[in-house]
Design a protein around this ligand. Structure first.
Ligand code: VGL
Ligand code: ZN
Length: 207
């Protein structure tokens, strides 16, 4: 059987780029990498973090400070500045991202009281987004992942893809981390490699 590979472009949105509400350092540098792959890979999905106002992941929803740890939740989670509010400019894709090429736009984190880092399963670890079925219906057995942020949504998406039995290639130049704690990005890359993801350069993937 022909093994199709799908591209997953994770959350390349204004709020995750420099100047945005939850800026990922040098997050905008993934845009040309994503565009090279979007031009090359016909089976592509771009994800969009898309939260209602007052979303559970926002520190403001509980009166906490942004980037504070919510120790009451299990496992403890970081609380974020308000970001990617549905319909706002911050939730829009980076203006230079070649979204016209994408086959599927998948919004996630759309419900008030569940976040979703992974493009596959929401943070309750029960609710599927439908992406696994979409990939399998179209015959994709492997995925190439780029986007933001390495230490959150990219990692969660990559680990779930591996758990679903997909081959996973992470493009090193095509991902950037929030790095809320120093070393988070490197640890995330190690965790993905340990789960069987290949960390490759763009040239290796295009070859
Ligand atoms: C993300 C934190 C909150 C991400 C989304 O795209 O990695 N991180 N929402
Ligand atoms: Zn979010």
């Amino acid at each position: 059987m022909l093994m199709l590979s799908a591209l997953i472009v994770v959350d390349v949105q204004n709020d995750f780029c420099p100047g945005g509400a939850l800026a990922v350092p040098r997050g905008d540098e993934v845009v040309p990498v994503a565009n090279r792959l979007l031009a090359r890979m016909p089976l592509s999905v771009i994800t969009q973090d898309w939260h209602p106002q007052g979303h559970i992941s926002f520190a403001s929803a509980s009166g906490a400070a942004p980037y504070a740890l919510d120790a009451a939740s299990n496992p403890p989670r970081l609380l974020w500045p308000d970001h990617c509010v549905a319909g706002t400019r911050g939730a829009d894709f980076h203006p230079l991202l070649d979204t016209a090429r994408a086959r599927l736009i998948l919004r996630k984190g759309t419900r008030l009281d569940i976040d979703s880092y992974s493009a596959f399963i929401e943070n309750d670890r029960k609710t599927p987004t439908g992406l696994a079925g979409w990939l399998s219906a179209l015959g994709a057995a492997s995925v190439v992942i780029v986007g933001l942020a390495t230490d959150y949504c990219v990692k969660a998406t990559a680990l779930d893809a591996r758990a679903l039995g997909l081959e996973v290639d992470i493009v090193a130049e095509g991902v950037r981390g929030v790095e809320a704690s120093p070393g988070d990005t490197e640890r995330a890359l190690s965790a993905m490699a340990a789960a069987g993801c290949r960390i490759l350069s763009l040239n290796e993937v295009l070859r």
